[in-house]
Design a binder for this molecule. Sequence first.
Ligand code: ATP
Length: 425
Amino acid sequence: MVNKLKKIPPEFKKLLKVTSRLSRDLGYDIYLVGGIVRDLILERGVFDLDIVVQGDAIKLAEKLSKKLKVDFVRHHSFGTATVAWKGHKIDFALARTEKYSHWGALPKVKPASLAEDLLRRDFTINAMAISLSQEDYGRLVDLYGGMSDLKKGLIRVLHQNSFLEDPTRILRAIRFQQRFGFKLQTQTFLLLKQALKKKALIWVNPHRLRDELILILKEPKPCGYIRKIDQLTRFHFLSPRLKLTDSDFKLCKRISQVLQYYQQDNRLPRQPQGWLIYLAAILKGLSFKAIEKVLDDFAFKKGERMIVISIRKGLLKAKKLKLLASPKAVYCFLNPYSLEAILFFYAFYPQIRLRRNIEYFLAELIHKRTELNGHDLKALGLEPSRLYGRIFKSLIYAKITKGLKTKSEEVKEARSILRRLTREK
Ligand code: ATP
C-alpha cells in the first residue's frame, strides 16, 4: 500500500497525526476526503482540509481545537464543525447521504457509510478518501475510479441524475475541466448538455450559482472558463439578454493582463477584487436595468453592486480621460471611482494618453492624503461641519497643483482656503 500522505507538508503531517490519535481515543474512523485528496495526488498545494468522521464530528473538532488551543465553530444543524488553524480551515463532517426532494432543491441529509458519502459527491476525481485511522493510516479509498480518471484527465459524474439533482455541478464541471485542462468524459458531457436543455440552471437557488460563478471568476486566469460557460450556457442563467461577443473575450484577456500587472504592484492602497472586474465585463452589454436585476436576483453584496454599476455608468464618460491634461483634472475624474472601475477603464480603452493618465493616477495621485486631520482644523478655530469635506478636497487639489509637502504648508493653505470660503459666504 502506498501511503498517500507521504508528500503532505510537514506541518500538516503533524496536525493529521494528532487528529488521528484523538479519533482513535474516541473510537471513530476518520478520512480526508474530496478535493484535498485530488490535490494531494496531483501534488498541488494544500490549503484547507475536509475530514469525514464516522462518529461525532463536532466532538472530535472540539477535542482538536482544545489540543491545538485554537478556535472552533460548530454548525449544529449540519452536524459539522470547523477548526481554524494557522490561516487554514479544517472542516469536520459526519459521513452522510443526501436525498433531494426535487431536483435543484437543497438535499436532506442522513448519516451514512463512507461509501455512500463518497457517492453523493460531484465527480469521481472529488470522490476519493484517504484513511486517517491508525490501523490503515494513509490508505487511499478509491471506490468509483477517481484515480484512473485523474490519470486520464477526465471529469466524470457518479450517476445519471447528477447534474439534474444539483445543477451547480454544471459550473463546477467547467471549473475543474478548465483548471486542470481535463476533458468531460463523453457520457458526462451528454448528461451536462441534457441538463442544460432542460434549463436545469434556472431551477437552482441563484445564490448557489452566484457562489460557483464567483469561484470561477476568482481562478487565476478565468478567460477560458468564461468562454466555456458562454459556449455551453450563453450565460442565460444570469440573464436571457446576455450575448457575449469576440470583443468581450478580448476584453477579458486584457483584464487578465492588467490584473497580472497590478496585482503584483504593492504600491496600490489595496488588492483589487479581480473577479468583480470580470463580472462587470460579462454584464457590460446589458442595460442598467438588466444589470441591476441580475445583481438583485443573485443577491450580490451592496459594495459589489456599486462597483459593477459604477463601471457600467462610467464607461462612456471614461473616454474623455484621454483629453485630460492636468493632474488635478485626472484626480477629479478618477478619484470617485473604485480601483476595480479604474482598472476596467484601463483594460477597456487602449489609447496611450488615456492609459498614461490612469497609470499616473495609480502611481501618484491615488496616494495623496492630507497631513492635516479634523483635530487640526478644529485647532484652527473651525467647528466640525460639512465645510471640513470641502477643505480637505481643496487641500488635496492644492497638494497636486502646488506640490505642498509639509504639515505647516498645509496649515497655511487651509487658512487661505478658510478665508476664501468665508468671503464666498
Ligand atoms: P477547490 O479546489 O476549488 O476548493 P474542492 O473540490 O475542494 O475545490 P469544495 O467546493 O471545497 O471543492 O468542496 C469540497 C468537496 O465537497 C468536493 O471535492 C466534492 O467532493 C464535494 N462537493 C462540493 N460541492 C459539491 C456539489 N455541488 N455536489 C457534490 N459534491 C460536492
